[in-house]
Design a protein around this ligand. Structure first.
Ligand code: B3K
Ligand code: ZN
Length: 875
């Protein structure tokens, strides 16, 4: 197949004013009747082409007349009809088979035939698996949906929109109707039917609408939905306060399922969630998971305006809704929790997931120019880098300017499908600023390297900062343009104080922080009245998604680590120092950088004023993937060992007694796990301290971990202890694992953690562990969460395990990809991205990976999803 290209975009020849769906639900067979009112402004009659995949066509009529075989053609995936005019009404009736659908796209069954329920997933192109339709986001229609089903088997019938009647039918059946007054694209359609319980609450919007908020789940977990309901309410209030946006239907449904390809889905008025991102209770959820639930609930809710009310013209514009909505969620989470910690977490995520993507064969622009399978483009680049681009623009406009711009964006495009140009134009127009230079960020792949060099002239009291940028070539794009790079900065004197900044040509002021924008390949910025050679704190708050290259000395980084008031940059100084330590680590004799890193952290360790959570993050060096990202011949086993050594040095420097005392103090707070920031921070630090202790006094640490496991009142402490024991192959691991397996036997989300923890065992043993776990009766490739918890965790987050020296994990994972692909191509394709970066492995591993990939790409019958990823990874 040939790729779909952005430059080939044409507006739709036909649009749909209204769609009426009548759906007779059944587990094995569901019949869908649709009635489309069509619009065409074409002067010449154009044949009507509708998307439809795997539909069994039962009946078709145009303007009330049954169509004969010669009037239409349904081949492959397109239904073509002749004779339709502006205003024509097309009626079709099709049959689909939910229980046989293992792809979890379209209409499918969650859970067992006896107890499960039916639901849909339409983004990106799932609606064509349900009914014939122009299944593209720029066709917005009004939906009226009537569901009919057996009342006993499907007591709850839900679709997006306002309820518009329900009642009984003969033979124990019943019906329910929903009308959505807001035109929407087909990817936002959803239905749910089955035996579900709910919790609910009334909500009065800022503009005076009574909304019923309802969260639905299977009966056994409904008690774990309260936290999500609170988070939903907080999100709604926040969007009203921060963006002036209120909810726009009388009822808002949220449903949890264990069978879901991604995190959640923002269907209009009927969000559907992977249970992992909706259920939360102390016994099964960690602190991180609580925050993830809050973030995902908010993200999906925020889509109601950024995505649903204003949608995307085509899938190339995906980041228009995703990058923007991630950004909104990040703002919300920063407001609800700690802003610097959130920033640290997000940048770490970007570096772990997006930077490697941007640096390898899968690199693509935030707005890709072409794709084969759109579901492969729900990537860290579109989401996370996309959010960074919005952040840069928002920073440029300032809080009020950005709000003005967003107001104009909503005003101009409400009810329509928009583009990234539209977005930048609205933001710019509202502020009389031309933002078009930022478009290049959307169309150019690759992470820019920002090179900075400072020179101090003591006689003139001038500091000259020379910035230059370079983006390396990415597949198919060798020539890179310079991008506008906002650099937020401060200058510190050697006493750790910030200096007032006066750029050459600007009036003197007292501001100690400034944003300068590098718009060309190289630019010099001269600061006047600088009394002594400063240490620059650059790219504060991570003001642009770039790799900063500045030749800091260990002392300078230690100074920033001790004094920077920008929480993010303080952490960043520690990360950079850790990078230096890593690069210069030598056997036996430590480098200056490693000593500086250990000394600086040891000093902070005893510092009372330090926030526990920030300290925990400071004590954590960059991850193995980040270290690998900087090397040209990657040996994951060596990286793992070297990172361990650094941490050992750190633990030695802090000392057993100090670690032990801190652990004991933190462990003294037992009892019910509280969710306030202080308690969470304490648990985070406690975990880190115990990990460090394990490096210098394993025996004692394992005893403490085993006790922590036994005594834990919540999942955070319990899982931290289990994870430590398992990863270190402690003698106590086996009994803790057995206990966990039994205690949580009936809880899929907790069992996922049990698989995940074991898949993280470092080094050679991991593969055997994973193979062994595959024969656990609870393991299945059919459930995405379960498959990810074992195979995804192993291949994507355990570099020293997956990239074992003999290459044996590569053919193993390739084989599982083929099996998964036959069931669920989207999940297989996602897992295959674990091979990204294989070209930079050291020769032995590289050739083993190449062999496995080349054998894989030859296999017959791979899905377009998997072949696209494997093909791209190989190039
Ligand atoms: N928009 C969905 C993701 C859909 C993925 C389709 N393969 C969830 C989200 O980003 O909010
Ligand atoms: Zn989203």
């Amino acid at each position: 197949t040939s790729p779909i290209r952005l430059r080939d975009y044409r507006p739709p020849a036909w649009s749909v004013e209204a769609i009426e769906l009548e759906i007779d639900l059944g587990i094995d067979s569901t019949e869908v009747s649709s009635r489309l009112t069509l619009r065409s402004d074409a002067s010449q009659p154009t044949p009507l082409r509708l998307d439809g995949e795997g539909l069994e066509l039962l009946a078709i009529a145009l303007d009330g007349r049954k169509l004969e075989a010669q009037d239409y053609h349904y081949g492959q995936s397109v239904l073509e009809i002749h004779g339709a005019r502006d205003g024509s009404v097309l009626e079709t009736r099709v049959r689909v088979q939910p229980a046989a659908n293992t792809t979890l796209e379209g209409l499918y069954l969650s859970g067992s035939r006896e107890h499960g329920f039916l639901l849909t997933q339409c983004e990106a192109e799932g609606f064509r698996h349900i009914s014939f339709f122009p299944d593209r986001p720029d066709v917005l229609a009004r939906y009226t949906v009537t569901l009919r089903a057996d009342r006993e088997r499907f007591p709850v019938l839900l679709a997006g929109g306002n309820p518009a009647g329900s009642g009984d039918l003969p033979d124990g059946r019943h019906w329910a109707r929903f009308v959505d007054p807001h035109p929407k694209p087909s990817y936002l359609f959803a239905l749910v039917a089955g035996r579900l319980q709910n919790i609910q609450r009334n909500y009065l919007t800022a503009d005076g609408r009574q909304v019923q908020l309802v969260i639905w789940s299977e009966a056994n977990v409904i008690d774990s939905c309260h936290y999500a309901l609170d988070a939903l309410e907080r999100s709604m209030r926040w969007d009203e306060r921060s963006y002036g946006r209120s909810f726009d239907l009388d009822v808002f449904h949220v449903v949890a399922t264990h069978d879901f390809n991604m995190g959640a889905m923002e269907n209009k008025g009927l969000n559907i969630f992977n249970a992992k991102y909706l259920l939360a209770d102390p016994d099964t959820s960690t602190d991180d998971e609580y925050r993830a639930v809050e973030a995902v609930v908010a993200h999906e809710y925020f889509h109601n305006w950024t995505g649903n009310r204003v949608t995307c013209r085509d899938w190339f514009q995906l980041s228009l809704k995703e990058g923007l909505t991630v950004f909104r969620e990040q703002q919300f989470s920063a407001d609800m929790n700690s802003a610097p910690l959130k920033r640290i977490e997000d940048v770490a995520l970007l570096r772990r997931t997006q930077f490697p993507e941007d640096a390898g064969p899968l690199a693509h622009p935030v707005r890709p120019a072409e794709y084969r399978e759109i579901n492969n483009f729900y990537t860290a680049t579109v989401y996370e880098k996309g959010s960074e681009l919005v952040r840069m623009v928002a920073g440029r406009l300032g809080q009020e300017g950005f709000r003005r711009g967003m107001d104009l964006y909503f005003q101009r495009h409400d009810g329509h499908a928009a583009t990234i140009e539209d977005f930048l134009a609205a933001l710019g127009d509202a502020n009389h600023i031309d933002l078009t230079a930022y478009l290049a960020w959307y169309s150019q792949a690759g992470t820019p390297h920002l090179h900075a060099k400072g020179e101090y002239d003591a006689t003139r009291q001038e500091y000259t900062l020379t910035l230059s940028q370079l983006t390396r070539p990415t597949p198919g794009d060798a020539e890179k343009k310079p991008l506008p790079i906002p650099v937020k900065l401060s200058l510190f004197n050697r006493a750790g104080q910030m200096l007032p900044l006066q750029l050459n040509g600007e009036a003197q002021g007292d501001s100690v922080e400034k944003v300068i924008v590098l718009g060309r390949p190289t630019q010099r910025f001269v600061f006047k009245q600088v009394p002594s050679a400063p240490v620059p704190s650059l790219l504060r708050g991570f003001s642009a998604p770039v790799v900063l290259e500045y030749d800091y000395s260990p002392d300078e980084l230690a100074l920033l680590l001790a004094h920077d008031v920008d929480g993010f940059n303080r952490w960043e100084a520690g990360q950079q120092l850790a990078m230096l330590a890593f690069d210069t680590l030598r056997d036996g004799d430590d480098s200056t950088a490693c000593k500086a890193w250990c000394n600086a952290l040891a000093a902070l360790f005893t510092h009372d004023a330090m926030d526990d959570a920030l300290l925990a993050d400071l004590l954590t060096p960059p991850g193995e993937i980040e270290f690998a990202d900087r090397q040209s011949e990657v040996d994951p086993a060596r990286i793992h060992a070297q990172r361990e050594t650094m941490q050992l040095r750190l633990a030695e420097r802090i000392g057993i007694d100090a670690l032990l005392a801190r652990y004991r103090a933190l462990a003294a707070h037992v009892g019910e796990p509280q969710l306030d920031a202080m308690s969470q921070a304490g648990r985070r630090l406690k975990r880190r301290v115990l990990e460090l202790l394990a490096l210098v006094d394993a025996e004692q640490a394992y005893v403490l971990a085993a006790r922590q496991y036994d005594m834990a009142s919540g999942m955070t402490d319990r899982l931290a202890a289990l994870s430590l024991l398992v990863r270190r192959c402690a003698p106590q691991a086996a009994s803790a694992l057995a206990h966990f397996r039994e205690r949580y036997a009936g809880n899929p989300l907790a069992l996922d953690k049990w698989f995940n923890v074991q898949a993280q065992v470092p080094g050679e043993p991991a593969l055997a562990v994973v193979k062994n776990l595959e024969s656990d009766p609870a393991f299945t490739l059919k459930n995405p969460n379960r498959a990810r918890s074992l195979l995804g965790a192993f291949a994507s987050t355990n570099p020293s395990g997956f990239h074992r020296a003999d290459g044996a994990a590569y053919p193993f994972v390739a084989e599982r990809l083929v099996q998964l692909d036959a069931l669920n191509p989207q999940i297989a394709a996602r897992l295959a991205t674990a091979f990204n970066g294989w070209q930079r492995l050291e020769p032995q591993r590289r050739s083993a990976a190449r062999q496995a990939l080349e054998a894989l790409v030859q296999r017959e019958g791979l899905s377009p999803n998997l072949s696209e990823i494997v093909g791209n990874v190989l190039q």
